[in-house]
Design a binder for this molecule. Structure first.
Ligand code: FES
Length: 110
C-alpha cells in the first residue's frame, strides 16, 4: 500500500549490468517492494540479522527501520544497507545481488 506516502524511484543494479527500477513507498522496505514488482533479491531473516539481503547504496538516502544488526559500523559507513529493513528517503541507486554480501566477509587468507 502506498496510501498517503510518497514513492521513490529505486534502481537496483547487478554486477553484470542488469538493472531493474522499482517504485518504493517511504513506508515500505525496498525488499518487499521489489518482490511485489516481481524482482527477485536474496533474503533470509527479514529482520536485519543475517545480512543475506545486503545491498550497497550508490546514490540517494535510505533509513533502516530497525537497527541493522548484521552490519558492522564500518560496513554502514561504507554504504552497505539491509534491504529487508531499508526504506527509501529519496530516489536511490543500489548495487544488489549475492556478490554484495560476499564483499562484507573479509578473506582471512589474504
Ligand atoms: S534478510 Fe536477513 S538481514 Fe535482511
Amino acid at each position: 500500500m502506498t496510501s498517503g506516502s510518497s514513492a521513490h524511484d529505486v534502481a537496483l543494479e547487478w554486477p553484470d549490468g542488469h538493472e531493474e527500477r522499482v517504485s518504493v513507498a517511504e513506508d515500505e522496505p525496498i525488499l518487499s517492494a521489489a518482490e511485489h514488482a516481481g524482482v527477485a533479491l536474496p533474503f533470509g531473516c527479514r529482520t536485519g540479522a543475517c545480512a543475506t539481503c545486503t545491498g550497497k547504496l550508490l546514490d540517494g538516502r535510505i533509513e533502516h527501520t530497525r537497527p541493522p544488526r548484521a552490519l558492522k559500523q564500518r560496513h554502514r559507513d561504507a554504504g552497505y544497507v539491509l534491504l529487508c529493513i531499508a526504506e527509501p528517503r529519496s530516489d536511490c541507486r543500489i548495487a544488489v545481488g549475492a556478490d554484495i554480501q560476499a564483499e562484507l566477509v573479509s578473506n582471512p587468507w589474504r
